[in-house]
Design a binder for this molecule. Sequence first.
Ligand code: 2RA
Length: 329
Amino acid sequence: MKVAVVGATGMVGEVMLKVLAERNFPITELIPVASEKSVGKEVDFKGKKYKVVNLDTAVSMKPQIALFSAGGDTSKEWAPKFAEAGTTVIDNSSAWRMDPTKKLVVPEINACGLTADDKIIANPNCSTIQMVLVLAPLHKKYGIKRVVVSTYQSVTGTGVKAVKQLENEYAGIEGEMAYKYPIHRNAIPQIDVFEDNGYTKEEMKMTRETKKIIGDDSIKVTATTVRIPTVGGHSEAVNVEFSRDFDLAEVRRIISETPGVVVQDNTAAFEYPMPLYAEGKDEVFVGRIRRDESQPNTLNMWIVADNLRKGAATNAVQIAEYLVENKLV
Ligand code: 2RA
């Protein structure tokens, strides 16, 4: 496979290269792509150096797959150009996610709907991916009525400038701000811009994308998304009301049998997921699984994942793997 990684020098792009190498993705030719200021730089992949090229050059090289992580504007402009040249684009931005003509894919849930005609495939938002991976099998069994989620999100979701801001503040150094406020010793209840309804775009992504991925518009989701000074991954307190009652042991069994999900739930041993330990891992970790005693048929969980891995790069590479395995590229 000839594979382009668009945004190869960015935070998600670098993890994409790492994940492609780790999973031994069948690459015959790697095309790292970035903005003009990075063109000519070298990128290391499996011990070999590859020169970064610009978008025009990359399109003309006709890769079979292009993994995009270069922001919404670049995706809007360039994904169709790649698609026209016969490349299948897997896009990590929000540009195509809610486009009714594009599929929004978490492979374990809905990759089976992909066909060779899907030339632009959307990778969901990080905080949505880790939540729906756990919700989808529970929805099948018990029917989800409503989800109330509060997130505790890593600065890596914003990018390298935010990681630097946290490091600078921690070290007492003045520097560029990625956020409007300090993030060290703080919790910022705003991720992305506000929409007219008073929710942030991140919160509405969790609501809209969940319905589209699970394929059920009747699922109600309300979210509060918060940036906290962590780097290892996103954490989520998730409260789920089902149509039917559940047995807690069966819930645990269903979650633990879900591919890509690991249950870490032993309160006697102080075992629960934490971002410090999820960092660098591809799995989604679930703990604090317990009945919400305040109302019937309702469950509480704590879900943690490395947002750069399953929340971005790993999910995109898994989509690419599905396309290759099923001869869709
Ligand atoms: C964040 N969801 O954590 C975003 C990244 N895509 O800010």
